[in-house]
Design a protein around this ligand. Structure first.
Ligand SMILES: [Ca+2]
Ligand SMILES: [Ca+2]
Ligand SMILES: [Ca+2]
Length: 276
């Protein structure tokens, strides 16, 4: 129950009813490291860097021993293709095993990064280090927070994603990649000097306790005020009639800044016909 409370405590409070929430664990996650054991099915993923770089500058797809990554991919089920989505909030949460091999200050200095992936061709069940070519990209969607840091129990590490940076990646996954979305976990945290224990260790989807990574995305069809999945004149009229209104959770307040103004109206206009 405590584990659920950890994750629920991080869940987002929802505003307007047209918003929807995707929340799931990955369909595949692997430990990408040349000496990884049981890389596809290990219950624990491990991530480190060389203290300077998070990604191997020589060959990101085949990290040397100074680098270790985790790759994960999600299948965004239930989100129809053929329309553009607005991402309001996004977060990945992983659960660090007990005890962490780093101090809170080290975790804050060398965060766990969530990045884009070159592709989502890797498959957990048939994973092979020798043939894999998937590599973490240069876009950092988010960095971990040490807000729940503790040494006496596993703790949740939230990685809030930048909604503006993540939105086009999310839309490309839904509309151009069959719903598959890949995330690379990397870090500059250097294991050396702490007996080789100073690195991120967090549960994979294969953990028997269900503590694998969780992706949560709050989204809506872009410009869709009334939540019927299509941005049309009904949404335009709603935004016009509510123009100037202020308050929390107003359906026509598409950017969620508490006022319905020309920014919201333009969002409807720019997305006119979306999803219809
Ligand atoms: Ca796995
Ligand atoms: Ca609509
Ligand atoms: Ca607004």
């Amino acid at each position: 129950m405590r584990r659920q409370a950890l994750l629920l405590g991080l869940s987002l409070s929802l505003g307007a009813w047209a918003q929807q929430v995707y929340q799931a664990q990955p369909t595949d996650d692997v430990w990408l490291y040349d000496n990884a054991f049981n890389a596809g099915f290990t219950a624990i993923l491990r991530v480190w860097g060389n203290g300077q770089d998070a990604v191997d500058p020589i060959n990101p797809a085949r990290p040397r021993s100074e680098f270790s990554y985790a790759l994960a991919k999600w299948r965004l089920q239930g989100i129809p293709a053929g329309r553009q989505y607005q991402v309001l909030q996004a977060q990945i949460t992983v659960v660090q095993t007990q005890p962490p091999g780093y101090t809170r200050a080290e975790g804050e200095q060398f965060p766990l990064e969530a990045r884009d992936l070159s592709d989502t061709s890797f498959v957990e069940a048939t994973w092979s280090y020798n043939t894999n070519t998937t590599s973490p990209g240069a876009t950092i969607f988010g960095e971990s927070l040490m807000t729940n840091y503790r040494t006496d129990a596993p703790f949740a590490i939230p990685i809030p994603l930048n909604a503006e940076a993540f939105e086009p990646y999310f839309n490309a996954a839904v509309n151009q990649n069959g719903g598959e979305l890949g995330i690379g976990f990397v870090s500059r945290l250097d294991p050396a000097g702490q007996g080789g224990t100073r690195f991120y260790r967090f549960y994979s989807r294969n953990d028997g306790g269900g503590r694998g990574p969780v992706l949560q995305v709050v989204y809506r069809v872009a410009g869709d005020v009334n939540g019927d999945g299509c941005t049309d004149d009904a949404d335009l009229l709603s935004a016009l009639f509510a123009f100037g209104e202020t308050g929390a959770n107003l359906p026509a307040d598409l950017n969620g800044d508490g006022i319905i103004d020309d920014a919201d109206l333009l969002t409807v206009l720019f997305n006119f016909g979306n999803g219809c």
